[in-house]
Design a protein around this ligand. Structure first.
Ligand code: MIG
Length: 678
């Protein structure tokens, strides 16, 4: 049962596409409500054992209790506990306890979630005065999520090749670099499906251009690597460089498609290319125009993109920079004491992503002029929507890969996300594990983190453990910041171990893809907190570092340095599969309860649920890309059980004909055909 409450005159965000029952807000009974035209405040007293789920891409645990979260899309590379906002705004949460219900705040401005921050037992949600709030009641956690997902519409489907291993680095600059990365993997028999191009491929950071010195025959090069079944995935940034003679800039000015400042001039900010304008992606004409720009790259053979800096991130705006220079000049001959010295530093660093700037430019939402700060969280979403809608005309019959940095609920229909600029810290591996189910609740299914950590110098063991988790994430991408240690797996010794881990991903491809697609088509979660599958087990609610993945398995990644294993909680008896490679595995039944499970650095363990089966592809010796894999050669793992079955989804991986139920097959295996290495 979904109830809808309207406050003031909300901005249409497009987040919701399904039906609900409209009620008057005086009737809201699930939470206490105070509405005073500038804000809506919802409060709730949590019981000791209540668990709060949701909030998508946020810091901290799966249970969100104990912190203040603010939806305010922010470019911040330090994803530490005391941050309040990351790149996305995912205003959905579930209160789970004596009363269990979901709540979605459709408000594109700032929304805050005080989940036991001010007082341990109090939950307080504060939104602006113009918003729509939905409450969702259901029979279980899974049911609430499913209803919510129906409300917000079907998730984005990536092409199947995008489930292969992707290598990225800020710094690959030319054909030579890309070739080196491909052969670095393929010559060593390490699977690699795609190489991402970061900003260095562009001509002076101009969107929809390619540096002709670095890529003299770009189209030919795309074709050359396509022959090797490898895809190139270029980045697109939100800011359009101001440069005479650059067509995207000139057209945007001419048609009035850029965001405006207070005086009606095109708003000037600075990002990578220096000064830029922002395309007004909240305007449908501008969106159509900007989306159309992806055509050129698609015509060169490109079939995947990542949209970056679309919070939108701002290094500085011209106006504020001028003011800061004036202040600095005035300070020049002063004797700077402690306060004025820090003030000087602050005014410079506060130039970036400044709330003042977000208050000083405007969108034309199809006739309605609206200040950016009221709709800040919609920018990345609409940049991605622009591309996706264009793909429907440019390539109507096939899927194009798209993942964005910033997002809002609704964007999950147009693309996936990566979780942004994390760090090469062990703690960030845990955060990435914890973010996955929360993102899945909000419909964001095609997602993953920068494996090994984006910022900082990774270590060989962190990279290995991170790959062991990353092999389960739909987006499996190793990415690194400029200036950090090179971390393509072939840069390290123990190459056999890295190869084996990536090969395990490829051997699980049938399962991972089938489960991803079933989650999309059935509005379910690919990654779930353990309690979602075992709601009657009180202990399951406390599990913060294990996940259910698809219908058949539970994972318990190791995320602590030098750990030789870890404690795992089994809500029921399961079959543990321990693997060093797709070929070297042992299976063992483990009883319900807490167990210390040794897991060597080069091992992964998977727990198969009762009554379920896990298909694994029997790989040939040489696998460079998915093209080398024969998915009809499967072995089936699980406990011998006459009742065991698996629901397998398959399709061609590229067309958009994925709604046919005939693509779902219930697989039952004879007991003698189930088992390790059968
Ligand atoms: O301010 O394009 O999150 O993945 O490598 C940094 C350079 C801009 C941020 C992205 C990151 C990318 C980087 N970008």
């Amino acid at each position: 049962m979904i109830r809808k409450y309207i406050f003031g005159s909300p901005i249409e965000t497009g987040a919701v596409v399904g039906t609900s029952v409209t009620d008057t807000y005086e009737h809201m009974t699930l939470m206490d409500m105070v509405y005073d035209s500038t804000s809506v405040v919802l409060s709730y007293t949590m019981e000791e054992d209540d668990v709060i789920y949701g909030l998508g891409q946020q810091v901290r645990g799966i249970n969100k209790r104990g912190y203040l979260y603010i939806s305010n899309a922010t470019d911040d590379p330090n994803h530490i506990e005391t941050k309040h906002s990351l790149y996305g705004a995912h205003n959905f949460l579930i209160v789970c306890g004596k009363k269990t219900f979901g709540i979605f705040i459709d408000d594109p401005g700032q929304v805050s979630f005080d989940v036991g921050y001010t007082a341990i037992d109090s939950l307080k949600v504060t939104a602006g005065g113009d918003c729509v709030i939905y409450t969702i009641e259901g029979s279980s956690l899974k049911d609430i999520v499913k209803q919510f997902r129906k409300l917000i519409g079907q998730s984005y489907v990536a092409p199947k090749w995008a489930f292969g291993y992707q290598q990225s680095r800020w710094g690959y600059k030319d054909i030579k670099d890309v070739r080196r990365v491909i052969s670095g993997h393929h010559d060593q028999n390490i699977p690699l499906e795609a190489v991402c191009l970061d900003i260095d491929y562009m001509e002076r950071y101009k969107d929809f251009t390619v540096d002709r010195e670095a890529f003299p025959d770009f189209e030919g090069f795309v074709e050359e690597i396509k022959q090797q079944n490898v895809h190139l995935v270029p980045i697109i940034d939100a800011g359009v460089k101001i440069e005479e003679g650059y067509d995207v800039y000139e057209e945007g000015v001419k048609y009035g498609y850029f965001c405006k400042d207070e005086d009606g001039n095109d708003f000037v900010a600075a990002v990578w290319p220096g000064k830029v304008h922002f395309p007004d992606v909240l305007n449908s004409d501008a969106r159509k125009w900007f989306g159309g720009k992806y055509r050129w790259l698609i015509e060169q053979g490109i079939d995947g993109f990542w949209n970056d800096m679309n919070e939108p991130a701002i290094f500085y705006s011209q106006k504020q920079l001028d003011q800061v220079f004036d202040e600095l000049v005035a300070m020049r001959n002063e004797n700077l004491d402690i306060n004025s010295y820090f003030h000087m530093k602050d005014i410079v660093s506060e130039l970036s992503n400044s709330p003042k700037d977000y208050r000083s430019f405007y969108h034309n939402m199809d006739g309605r002029v609206i200040c950016h700060d009221k709709v800040h969280n919609l920018f990345g979403y609409n940049m991605t929507k622009a591309a996706s809608e264009a793909f429907d005309t440019i390539a109507p019959d096939r899927r194009i890969l798209m993942y964005s940095r910033s997002s809002y609920i609704g964007m999950h229909r147009y693309g996936g996300i990566w979780t942004g600029d994390n760090q090469a810290w062990w703690q960030q591996l845990l955060l990435s594990i914890q973010q996955m189910p929360s993102l899945n609740m909000c419909g964001i299914l095609y997602t993953g983190s920068d494996i090994g950590g984006f910022g900082g110098d990774t270590t060989p063991d962190l990279l290995m453990r991170w790959l062991e988790f990353g092999l389960f994430t739909p987006l499996m991408r190793n990415h690194a910041a400029a200036g950090t240690r090179e971390k393509e797996v072939y840069q390290f010794d123990r190459l056999d171990d890295y190869r084996n881990i990536i090969r395990i991903r490829y051997s699980l491809m049938t399962y991972i893809y089938s489960e991803f697609m079933k989650s999309v088509l059935d509005d379910e979660m690919y990654f779930r907190p353990v309690a979602f599958d075992y709601p009657d087990d009180r202990q399951a609610y406390a599990v913060e570092d294990q996940l259910m993945v698809g219908e058949s398995i539970m994972i318990a990644p190791v995320y602590i340095q030098n750990a030789k294993g870890r404690y795992v909680y089994l809500p029921e008896e399961m079959m543990m599969v321990r693997m060093k490679s797709p070929e070297e595995k042992t299976c063992e039944m483990i009883a319900a309860g807490h167990h210390y499970i040794p897991v060597a650095l080069n091992e992964i363990v998977i727990f198969i649920k009762k009554g379920h089966l896990l298909p694994m592809i029997i790989l040939p010796k040489q696998v460079k890309t998915m093209a080398d894999v024969d998915e009809t050669r499967l072995e089936w793992l699980g406990a011998k059980d006459d009742e065991a079955s698996y629901v397998l989804y398959t399709d061609d991986g590229i067309s958009k004909k994925y709604t046919e139920k005939s693509q779902w097959k219930i697989i039952k295996m004879r007991n003698e055909d189930i088992g390790c290495g059968k």
